[in-house]
Design a protein. Sequence first.
Length: 460
Amino acid sequence: MPSPNRDARAFDLPTPPWPFPAAGIEMATRAMRRFSCTGAECPDSCCRDFGIAFDPPSVERMLVATAVDPVDHERIVRLRVLSAAPLDGSAVQASVSLDNDGACPLLESSGQCWMHRKYGESALATTCSVFPRTSLAIENRLEVTGTLACPELARLTLLTEDGPAQEPSVGSLLHRDYVGKTVDAGDESRDAYAAPFVRVRETLLHLFGRNDYPLGTRLVVAARLAAQVDRFFRRGTDAFEGSRRGLAFQLLHDELANAVNEAGLQAMHRDLQSFNGSSDAVVASAASLLIQRRRLRHPPRFAALLKAAFGSLQAEAGGGADRPLTPGELSVLVARRRERLEAKLPGLVDRILARYCRHYLLRYPYTDAPSLLNYLGRMALSVASIRLLLLGAPAVLSVLDAAAGAQVDEARLSAIAVDVIQIFTKAVSHQVDFLTAIQRVSEDSKGVTFGRLVLFAKFV
């Protein structure tokens, strides 16, 4: 029997093949650079309530590491590989069954990982080794971001203005030479949709970093850019072929420049302020996403948050807990709370949600979506759902009713917002199959249009 803490490398484990070679220059968000795992003190362990996915070579490595002891080997057998379907177009992964308490079979009652404690980091699955870090290869650099499903990284990202800002890493932040996604940017001959990736994303990051405008204005300006280029700039476009290439790229760059024009920003802000469109459809879309997620197996923190948020809004509306609220009623209720919250802590939620958007732009490349309109529609639906959960949360109502000072109120509301975003991310954003199905219904039925995003902009 191996002694405790023995390094798994002693077992001559198979080396897993990485999806891509690591890029030359490493960039990271400041939040990721400041991150340090809180371990057993984490309020929402990454080893619980996830759709955990291990790459098959990692499962093989764990089997080799534990085959020396039949008792230990049973822990790995309990992982029970459920499928080997590709997730979101990436390499084949093995979905793992959680136990009845929603925990990974390798999680001990102490909050420690049995595999890590006994055999060391090198025996861990790649998923576990790099979490919460994520990485994206672009041209000659590797960008390390992370998932806001981690409570500590969510706090570091959302509570400081420079949390989502990128800068060069001092030493690698990844334990392994792992690249999760890659974008063929810069090479116009291969993919005209991905080629200008860096400039397109920088334009969007600049827009969502404009804290002198409400978040809705930033979204509608980005939506206008997406609408202007939609006819020729999308996945699979042929508008850049042959003699049209030069003109198409010039049109794209002109629209990117127009998007950050100050006069245009001010005009779009005035137009949005004077627009009186109803938020009913947006609230209905956000509520539908959350309710549909509840029909799947869900983590207890998400279930409790959802029940409390809708219960609080229902109680305020009156008429009994069994009567479902209409989208119109929900719109009125959340608008009322939002107005009160804005009067008490002006701009605070916008600043936090804008950091969420900036992180989203880094975490999920726009090339994941068929067009910029679709991409912004996915982001807007997430932000609207978070806004709905936040405004419905009883803890927010207690902040509104409290007589505490502004500094205390701001700290309390910020902590609530971080919790809501972290819980939402873990329960919804990591359910790839579920999100894909929701997005497909939304995009195939009515599509994502500029007008639809204007309605979202009025709500987010």
